[in-house]
Structures are given as structure tokens and as C-alpha cells.
Write a protein that binds this ligand. Structure first.
Ligand SMILES: *Cc1c(COP(=O)(O)O)cnc(C)c1O
Length: 475
């Protein structure tokens, strides 16, 4: 593609992008596509000859777009948000244009140094301890695996080979997390070779937060069995209900038994930029590692996961390699982020975070997050005031967990069915999208306010829709 042709297509695309963002609400949030629909419209082999870009773009619009779920629709209340924002999109365009490969300082000096700076900005914003050093990982899942591998290294000195390959005379390493913990902890335990039978899913309290007493008891039981407890994963903002595990109590237990504390605040971490919500992270000084996702609630395109650790030497000991072909003369003086995580190659993710933080400013970000929390709080008051609905968990942030529960009906099987039908009908409208979970065995509707373009009116509309569907009857 010649530069002038590129220029023309790029202008055309940017115009399309701006129109698309302006008209998001004219689309369904989730398409009515059925499995196989899109594949059936696509040739099974790559074209032998190149095709005109205008044709490719036309097919994008006619074939691909209608099969996309629009995570940035203002009616997006599902899962947790995977936000973007105009400044973040622009940064992604520049990243793609540079095609930067940011594995080491030498391969992209500005990318490395900007990453150091934005991570320091984030550390300050969240008031994390000054001993924390940050790096950007692709996802919270990877960050948690990195944490677990570092924690294992700490107790086994596996990479140092001091104690042989098992390190611990065949003692089984044990990990602790709550019953409400994210599936990425299970995955990390599998990948790290710890074995799922050595992951303890500790009891939670009435608010779905980890019980410190149950944690300590599980640790003691494993010690009695001759196992080696080595890591606790606490969640600040669980995925089902945004429950907040009590960090100070968990941290004290970790200190007492000399365990690594990893804090997973993938969704909720962003809220700690609000002074009135910073208490979420009280006790974070106990943590050895901490992760939150700017790609969830901080308006930064997927992927961008902020990972902080206390002991960088240990991190390096776990991940560092030093092949001849990657050596540079600056290695003794610089940070090479390839040694801070799993992949060698790294995208220039710091750029979009920098654009976002500068575009909105701290106060702009705070205003947005505050609004989301306020609207979620309003929704809670409407639910609680309605005799036919109930909240099923505290809603400290943007996530509201509720169900339809008509007065007098206590048949849990019926209630599950009603709420499943209600959710299906809400989503079938295409105007908003909600998802579900189970809390205490009960089928629960989740509505998370956190999408950049969501306004109060969209929350009102979703609530009105719930009530209207119920009034029409769920039989
Ligand atoms: C979303 C989420 C994750 C996983 O995030 P990825 O970045 O997609 O890996 C992990 N933990 C919690 C609590 C989450 O909400």
C-alpha cells in the first residue's frame, strides 16, 4: 500500500470510527448471531491475489461488525467493563503505526522509561507503598501467574537450584484463596504445577468475603499434614459480587506464617484513586504483589494490566534469562521489562495509559468513577424500595447483584427460573446487556455500571426494563 493510498484509507477509517462511536446506541449490544453464522460467510482459504482495501473494509462492515458484541455500548452492564476511550484508541493507532517491540530498554528506550513513569504515577494515585515497583502485563491472569511463580521461587529457590528441583523435600506447596476467587487463580495454580488439589478455596462470610479464621485454620491443617503453605491470593472486588477480602487480617496471617500475599483487584483497584474509596486497599502494605486492570475500569483499551511487586530481585531471579543475542551494552544500567514477566515480546502499552491519564487528568478519572458508583448506589435504593426485588450482596462499587423476588414466593427453584427468564428477556431487547452469577446458590442478576459512555439515563432505562418485563409476566 502506497503512503498516499494509506493516507486516504486511514482518513476514511477515522471518519467511520468517529461516526460509529457517535451512533453506538443504534446498534444492539449483543448481536443475534448464531454459532457458525459468520464463518459461513467467509471463504475457507486465503485469497491468492491481493484484494482492494475498499472491498476488505466493506466486508468488515457487512460481515464482521454485525457479529460483534459491543463492549463499549452505553448499555453495557455485563461482566466487568473492558473499557476504551478516544485517547486510548488514538494511542493504539500510534502504537500500531510504530510497530514497537518493547522487550528491552534498547529495543524501545522511550517505551521502557514511559512505562516506569506511568507505573509510578499509578502507584502514587493508588497510594501504594513506595517499596512497590510496577510493570505492565497483558492481563490479570498473567500477573497472578507471575505472582505465583515468584512466590514459589521464594520458598523453593527453584531457579537457583540450591535445594534441587523439588526444593522442599517433597513437601506439597499450598495456595489459599476464597471460594469466590477468580478462575485465573485456579488456572495459575494449574500452570505453575502446584496442582489444583493444593489450592484451598477458603470459606467466605455472609458478604462473600474471605474469612480470616477459616484461612488460618486451613493453613494450620496443611502444616499438620506436613505441607508447605506458601501463598495467599486475596481479592479486592470479587468477580461475582465485588466482595472485599479483609486485607489487614489476611496480611497479618501471611506475616505470621511467612506466606506470599498476592492481591487481585483486577476490577476494583481503579476505585482506589478516589480518596473516599482508598480504604479498599487498607492493608496493601502486607502484599508482596498487587494487580489491577486499567483495561477494566480506567478507560484504557484491552490489554493493560498494572502489576506491582515489592521484591524486584526475586522477580528477576524467577524470570530472567540472558541469551547472547539479546545482550546490549546498556544492560547493567537499565530495566529490561522482558525479565519481569512471561513473554519476551511486549507491546507499547504504557502509551495508551499515558494518553488516558493526561487526557482526563486525575480529577477527570475520579469524576467518572464517582459517577458510576453513585448511579450504582441509586439503583440499589430503587431495588431496596421495591417489594418485588432484592439485592443479594453489598454493592460497594459499580456492581449491583440483585434478583426478582415477589413477595410471598420462597420457592428457590421458581425464583431461579424467574430470574433466568428475566435476564434472557432483558438481553433479548438488545438495548442493554447484563450477566448472571450464583450467590449462596441463588441465581443472581449482575448489573455493573462502569462503561465510559453509560449515563444515568441508561441505568434508569435498564431498571425500568426489568420492572416492565416482570409486570408483563415471567411465566
Ligand atoms: C477480570 C478479573 C480477572 C481476570 O482479568 P484478565 O485481565 O482478563 O486476566 C482476575 N481477577 C478478577 C477479580 C477479575 O475481576
Amino acid at each position: 500500500m502506497k503512503p498516499n493510498t494509506f493516507r486516504a484509507h486511514a482518513h476514511e477509517l477515522v471518519d467511520w470510527m468517529a461516526d460509529f462511536l457517535e451512533q453506538l446506541e443504534e446498534h444492539r449490544v449483543v448481536p443475534e448471531t448464531k454459532p457458525g453464522d459468520i464463518r459461513a460467510q467467509l471463504p475457507s482459504s486465503a485469497p491468492q491475489q491481493g484484494e482492494p482495501f475498499s472491498q476488505i473494509f466493506a466486508d468488515f462492515q457487512s460481515t464482521i461488525l454485525p457479529g460483534m458484541t459491543l463492549w463499549n455500548h452505553p448499555g453495557w452492564f455485563a461482566y466487568f467493563p473492558a473499557n476504551h476511550s478516544p485517547p486510548s484508541i488514538l494511542a493504539e493507532m500510534l502504537m500500531a503505526t510504530l510497530g514497537a517491540q518493547c522487550m528491552s530498554w534498547q529495543t524501545s528506550p522511550a517505551a521502557t522509561e514511559l512505562e516506569q513513569v506511568v507505573m509510578q504515577w499509578l502507584r502514587e494515585l493508588l497510594q501504594l507503598p513506595e517499596t512497590f515497583v510496577g510493570t505492565i502485563q497483558d492481563t490479570a491472569s498473567s500477573s497472578t501467574l507471575v505472582a505465583l511463580l515468584s512466590a514459589r521461587e521464594r520458598v523453593t529457590s527453584f531457579q537457583f537450584g540450591q535445594k534441587g528441583p523439588t526444593g522442599l523435600d517433597d513437601k506439597a506447596l499450598c495456595v489459599y484463596a476464597s471460594k469466590e476467587t477468580h478462575s485465573s487463580i485456579d488456572k495459575a495454580v494449574k500452570l505453575a504445577g502446584i496442582g489444583l488439589d493444593h489450592l484451598r478455596h477458603v470459606e467466605t462470610d455472609a458478604d462473600f468475603a474471605l474469612c480470616p479464621e477459616a484461612l488460618e485454620q486451613a493453613i494450620r491443617e496443611d502444616l499438620q499434614r506436613g505441607h508447605r503453605p506458601f501463598c495467599v491470593v486475596a481479592t479486592v472486588g470479587t468477580t461475582s459480587s465485588s466482595a472485599l477480602d479483609p486485607l489487614p487480617a489476611i496480611g497479618a496471617i501471611c506475616q505470621k506464617y511467612d506466606l506470599w500475599l498476592h492481591v487481585d483487584a483486577a476490577y476494583a483497584g481503579t476505585a482506589a484513586i478516589l480518596p473516599e474509596k482508598r480504604a479498599l486497599l487498607d492493608g496493601i502494605e502486607y502484599a508482596d504483589s498487587f494487580v489491577f486492570n486499567p483495561h477494566k475500569w480506567m478507560f484504557t483499551n484491552f490489554d493493560c494490566s498494572a502489576y506491582f511487586v515489592k521484591d524486584v530481585d526475586l522477580l528477576l531471579r524467577t524470570f530472567q534469562t540472558n541469551p547472547e543475542y539479546l545482550k546490549t551494552e546498556y544492560d547493567p544500567q537499565v530495566v529490561n521489562f522482558r525479565d519481569w514477566g512471561i513473554p519476551l515480546g511486549r507491546r507499547f502499552r504504557a502509551l495508551k495509559l499515558w494518553f488516558v491519564m493526561r487526557h482526563y487528568g486525575v480529577e477527570g478519572l475520579q469524576d467518572l468513577i464517582r459517577q458510576h458508583i453513585r448511579w450504582a448506589g441509586e439503583l440499589v435504593t430503587w431495588i431496596e424500595a421495591d417489594p418485588d426485588f432484592e439485592c443479594l450482596a453489598p454493592a460497594p462499587l459499580g456492581l449491583v447483584c440483585f434478583r426478582y423476588h415477589p413477595a410471598g414466593c420462597d420457592d428457590e427453584v421458581m425464583l431461579d427460573r424467574y430470574n433466568q427468564t428475566l435476564l434472557e428477556r432483558i438481553n433479548a431487547t438488545g438495548s442493554c446487556h447484563l450477566t448472571h452469577t450464583r450467590l449462596g446458590g441463588k441465581y443472581t442478576i449482575r448489573l455493573c455500571v462502569g462503561q465510559l459512555y453509560t449515563q444515568r439515563e441508561h441505568v434508569v432505562k435498564a431498571w425500568e426494563l426489568c420492572k416492565q418485563i416482570v409486570q408483563e409476566g415471567l411465566e
